[in-house]
Design a protein around this ligand. Structure first.
Ligand code: ANZ
Length: 892
């Protein structure tokens, strides 16, 4: 049943907005008005089209954009496509369709779907990262990075994904599999192409580690996202110190091992050293007799991922190197081990191991019978560190040496740490050191569908030469065969005529770089291009950037907490340093929308005889089968769901992530067809708090759809049903009553506050309350109806435009001033007045604020609770403080 004609009014207003370019933000900036830049994380146009998770964020930003326009802001609300990347290329490999064609098709589909939902994007600013006019500037930024030494090539250990045929950045590998596609990733010391170690393009994000960390503090971001970035950057303070390697006679050799520690206080407890299997000094320290064992161990370690190596639960393994080093604090000789729980890529790739106070060292020492020496005690040495490492604070013990003169016994361990650093610096054995977990960003991909890296290599000298800015964009060559070569050689090597070029400086033959950029490149700076999308002279005009930057509100999924948001901040800071952008940070406020889970699914259980059994008893039976139960056979009973026909049978209920394989994906197009875009928008906002995980429920849409229909009938009327006020026919010109004004202003207040606080669901509740109250009135004047329509418009813009026009307006309401709350109408008119009898509070009465003493007394004697104290009594005295209290003193 179509409760109101959304199928007519929605396309009508979408056509109107498009024809009138209602939401176009003029190219020329109008500095007389404040600006509001509200941005969605632009989507990857996948072949599957939009799912209902997309419109959650998009509706929220649309509501904000529409509100701010009506509040007089210049609003920038653009949309575009993050369209380079793996899926289109994988599809191309499978079907032979060029990724460009797939991408265009997908973009058209996405755009059409978004338009169907009535979002107020300025479509004139649409961009795609795959357009040469766009990636010209991505390449330009790369050249700037190269100029400043922030892009460089190195032979580095890589994350190699055989299935995707490419290397991946650390951030793209999650729990040992690729972030896109979930394919296994292996760590390779280096990648060999034609037996040459392949050099990889790297971006020096580590040069910005400090600023990336510090500037987080001023951002209005979810604390959890900031914390994830802090952890990823991983700043730690400690010391680097040297251990001298000893020869077989216990004499010092000319080799020192430098370790990094965050606990210099525990130096007297260091009973062995560990070198990572990939440590460069390994071959120098290991005596011949031990080489075989060590080599074997290295080989096994090279096949593990970093995660496998560092996981606390994993059993530690290692091999004795055959030699010793001297602990500089006490002069003692301690064994050097090789173990893969120490990573070659962090700190110095070597540690001093303190089994008494570090969990992993403790486990290792116990396994290999290495001494444990406790040096920090919380309780005067009455603890045993032989069962478990003590990692807390305490007082130093066992920490003095006559040989070296260092004595830190009795100091609190924090102080002892500083004292040890001083001593290291005095004796030249080490120094204070800050370390970061953040690694440089591996920026090359052995894939086709990405931005070509704009450099060439001279055939004669091998020199890497950046192409000139005037030559940009360097366009991707057409290619029929995109398949990764499997060897690590990028597919672009197959574009022979493209690869062959001339070195402009010498005129000699040269080859183009055949690696491409990762998908993150295009999304690192797109928010800047939206400010000035057609500029062919600069990536963004300075004045425009100054006006629009930074993004005021940026909405997207929490999965981008480190990857995209960290990379974009890095590029932004570089662009800031070279004077392209005026702000330190790109996104002032970031909001993560919650995930939408599929409809709740119910499961019933049967025992081996085929009888239904209650879900709470399945633990006791070993053989049971499960079957899903349709929603209409289920009712709620207390906290549980049970079978309607047999309420003794409890069911399992669970909502799952929407996925194709589960068949619980909801397609927004279907919802729009059945209920209309306004209902979908309203429902997505009404499901629950914007940031929370929510469960899709078709009956929930029914609810908001009925609400919209009620609004429709309230204002337009319907021949048969409950409509009372028909715009245009009924008399709408009366004066509003005080109660109507109060009701309206409560609604204005709530809707405005809730949109600005991104609590969209409670904004809707306020409108529902208003509608309920409005139905109780005999007459609803036009001024009240109009304001309500304006309040509704950010949420349900199609219906609001239609109502607005039926109320006699010929223009869109998109730029009408948003109703302003008058605080005078918010004041509660009645108050609760406490009543005392002989000094004791006996009850309360509801009175008008300015109520007279006479009236208050009369009300008190009518009150059921108070009357029993007052009826038939003589009143001696009355004390009345208006608005505060009524005290009645009776004759004794
Ligand atoms: C001695 C010590 C004693 C340590 C103690 C800890 C506790 P974060 O905070 O992560 O920087 N470490 C150093 N380099 C390492 C590597 N390449 N692979 C694995 N572990 C490494 O932690 C630094 C601490 O982690 C260092 O401090 C070192 O162990 C270890 F009671 O040194 B510590």
């Amino acid at each position: 049943r179509r409760a109101y004609p959304f199928h007519e009014i929605e396309p009508k207003w979408q056509r109107y907005w498009e024809a009138n370019k209602t939401f176009r933000t003029p190219d020329e900036i109008d500095v007389s008005k404040p600006k509001f830049y509200v941005l969605d994380m632009f989507p990857y146009p996948s072949g599957a089209g939009l799912h209902v998770g997309h419109p959650l964020g998009y509706t929220a930003t649309d509501i904000l954009a529409r509100l701010k326009r009506m509040q007089g802001f210049n609003v920038l609300h653009p949309m575009g496509w993050d369209a380079f990347g793996l899926p289109a290329e994988q599809y191309a490999i499978e079907t032979g369709t060029h990724p460009k064609i797939t991408t265009m098709k997908n973009i058209d589909r996405f755009r059409a779907q978004l338009k169907l939902l009535g979002f107020s994007y300025d479509w004139d600013r649409e961009i795609s990262t795959t357009e040469p006019e766009y990636y010209k500037w991505t390449q330009w930024i790369f050249l700037q990075l190269l100029k400043r030494g922030l892009a460089f090539q190195a032979e580095v250990p890589v994350n190699w994904c055989p299935a995707l045929g490419t290397v991946l950045a650390n951030e793209e590998v999650i729990d040992g599999v690729s972030e896109r596609g979930g394919h296994p990733v292996i760590r390779k010391i280096s990648l060999f192409v034609a037996e040459q170690p392949m050099r990889q393009w790297m971006l020096k994000i580590t040069a910005y580690a400090d600023r990336l960390l510090e500037d987080l503090d001023d951002l209005d971001w979810p604390e959890s996202v900031k914390e994830m970035q802090r952890n990823w950057i991983g700043r730690s303070e400690g010391a680097e110190l040297q251990f001298n390697v000893l020869d077989v006679d216990g004499l010092e050799r000319d080799i020192k091992i430098t370790v990094y520690t965050t606990r210099p206080d525990t130096i007297f407890g260091a009973t062995y050293l560990v070198l990572a299997p990939e440590h460069v000094l390994l071959s120098n320290v290991v005596p011949d007799a031990q080489i075989k064992d060590v080599e074997k161990y290295k080989e096994i370690a090279s096949r593990k991922s970093e995660l496998e190596r560092t996981e606390l639960q994993k059993e530690k393994t290692g091999v004795f190197s055959g030699c010793y080093a001297r602990n500089p604090a006490n002069g003692k000789a301690i064994p050097i081990w090789v173990a893969d729980y120490v990573l070659g890529s962090y700190g110095t790739g070597a540690i001093m191991a303190v089994p008494a106070h570090d969990t992993r060292d403790h486990e290792f020492a116990l396994k290999y019978n290495i001494p444990v020496c406790g040096v920090v005690t919380p309780d005067n040495g009455n603890f045993s560190c032989f069962e478990k490492a003590y990692t807390g604070e305490g007082i130093m013990i066992n920490s003095s040496s006559l040989t070296t003169g260092l004595d830190i016994n009795g100091l609190p361990n924090k102080e002892a740490g500083s004292r040890v650093i001083e001593w290291l610096e005095e004796t030249g054995n080490g120094m204070k050191k800050v370390n970061f977990k953040l690694r440089d960003w591996l920026f090359a991909r052995q894939r086709y569908w990405g931005e070509p890296i704009p450099v060439i290599y001279s055939d004669s000298t091998g020199e890497c030469i950046p192409i000139s800015e005037a030559e940009l964009p360097l366009t991707l060559p057409e290619l029929d065969d995109f398949t990764p070569t499997g060897t690590g050689d990028p597919p672009l090597t197959k574009a022979l005529s493209w690869v062959k070029t001339i070195d402009p400086t010498s005129g000699g033959p040269a080859r183009r770089e055949t690696n491409t950029m990762p998908q993150w490149a295009g999304s690192c700076w797109y928010y800047l291009r939206f400010m000035d999308p057609r500029n062919s002279k600069a990536l963004v005009d300075k004045e425009k950037e100054k006006y629009w930057g930074p993004v005021d509100v940026y909405v997207g999924g929490a999965e981008h907490a480190v990857l995209h948001l960290l990379y974009a901040r890095f590029w932004h800071k570089v662009l800031h340093d070279i004077g392209i952008v005026s702000t330190k940070e790109p996104f002032q406020c970031v909001i993560n929308q919650g995930i939408i889970l599929g409809e709740v699914q119910y499961t019933a259980f049967r025992d081996s005889d085929g009888n239904l059994v209650s879900a709470d008893s399945v633990d006791e039976i070993c053989n049971f089968t499960q079957e899903s139960v349709p929603e209409d056979k289920v009712i709620k009973s207390g906290d549980f769901f049970v079978l309607k026909d047999d309420i003794g049978i409890r069911l399992n209920s669970r909502a799952h992530k929407m996925s194709k394989s589960r068949g619980n994906v909801v397609n927004p197009d279907d919802v729009v067809l059945l209920y209309g875009a306004d209902s979908l928008r309203l429902y997505e906002m009404f499901m629950g708090p914007f940031r929370d995980t929510k469960t899709w429920s078709t009956s929930g849409i029914d609810g908001v759809h009925r609400f919209l229909a009620r609004v429709w009938r309230l204002i337009v009327g319907s021949p048969s049903v409950d409509g009372k006020f028909k715009a245009g026919t009924n008399d709408l010109n009366g004066e509003p009553s005080m109660e109507q004004l109060r009701c309206l202003h409560r609604c204005i207040n709530k809707v405005t506050e809730e949109i600005e606080g991104t609590r969209f669901n409670t904004g809707i509740s306020a409108m529902m309350e208003f509608t309920n109250a409005a139905y109780k009135c005999d007459k609803l004047p036009k001024s009240i109806v109009e304001d309500f329509v304006l309040l509704l418009s950010p949420y349900a813009p199609h219906m609001a435009e239609e109502l607005w026009s039926r109320l006699g307006h010929s223009n869109s309401l998109a730029y009408e001033p948003f109703p302003k709350v008058n605080p005078a109408y918010l004041k509660e008119s009645t108050i609760t007045l406490p009543v005392q009898v002989n000094g004791k509070t006996r009850g309360t009465i509801q009175v008008e604020k300015a109520c007279t003493e006479q009236d208050a007394l009369a009300l008190a004697s009518l009150d059921s609770k108070l009357s029993k104290y007052l009826v038939g009594k003589n009143i001696k005295k009355r004390i009345y403080v208006p608005g505060k209290i009524l005290n009645i003193i009776l004759d004794a």
